[in-house]
Design a protein around this ligand. Structure first.
Ligand code: MD3
Ligand code: FE
Length: 212
């Protein structure tokens, strides 16, 4: 298992508690994508509605004890998939392992995620600036994994009015967001057209969280 992580990652600290681990999962990207596809067989990707009634640009699904959902009642985590009424698929062990290792690398030992939101972006899909604050324990970091087409990630810092800094997230990159950056505003610029050998015409993002 150890040698699965033997690539040559470049670690970049973009703010206190916020790390980009370039190439951290390059060697296991196909394994992660296969696992994500298995999840999507049980819990298909869907476009959730915002509380305001707008269809979200990214298609989403979840695995783990709880999943993030959005509907007319608001944003929250719940243990069942609203589309099927069944529990979300269990979190693949490889997701838990990589999240724990990435978090430890960024200075957050003992991170154990219980939820993984899987976002699928097609060209033109974007995610507007927001905070992730539906998780109970804001002391736990969030680990994100980028797969397939690249994205321009927008990092706005701790005030919405800050002009966001732009970072390129490529296939195999991992980011860790904790400590003073845990509630930072962030988003994703519209995905550019392209083709990636691992995913075709899309970008897949995993965000591993301690939600409950
Ligand atoms: C910074 N996803 O699912 S991952 C999300 O690429 C989300 O799909 C984006 O934002 C995506 O909520 C960005 C990077 C990320 C995730 C969580 C963060 C950055 C973060 C939490 C706090 C600060
Ligand atoms: Fe987010």
């Amino acid at each position: 298992m150890d040698d699965l992580f033997d690539g040559q990652p470049r670690e970049e600290r973009i703010a206190p508690g916020a790390w980009l681990l370039h190439g951290f999962v390059s060697e296991i990207a196909d394994t992660l994508l296969d696992a994500a596809r298995q999840v999507a067989v049980q819990a298909p990707f869907r476009h959730m509605l915002t509380p305001g009634g707008h269809r979200m640009s990214a298609a989403m699904t979840n695995c783990g004890t709880a999943g993030w959902v959005s509907d007319a009642h608001g944003y929250r985590y719940q243990r069942t998939d609203p589309d099927t009424g069944k529990p979300w698929p269990s979190m693949p062990e490889v997701f838990r392992q990589l999240a724990k290792q990435a978090a430890a690398t960024a200075g957050f030992p003992d991170f154990i995620p219980d939820a993984c939101l899987i976002n699928r972006y097609q060209p033109g899909t974007r995610l507007s600036l927001h905070q992730d604050r539906n998780e109970r324990d804001i002391n736990a970091p969030i680990v994100s994994v980028s797969l397939g087409l690249p994205a321009i990630f927008l990092f706005g810092g701790n005030r919405r009015s800050n002009k966001p800094q732009r970072y390129r997230l490529a296939h195999g990159d991992v980011a860790v967001w904790g400590g003073p950056s845990r509630l930072a505003y962030h988003g994703v610029a519209p995905i550019a057209n392209g083709h990636h050998p691992a995913t075709g015409e899309c970008r897949i993002n995993l965000t591993l969280r301690k939600a409950l």
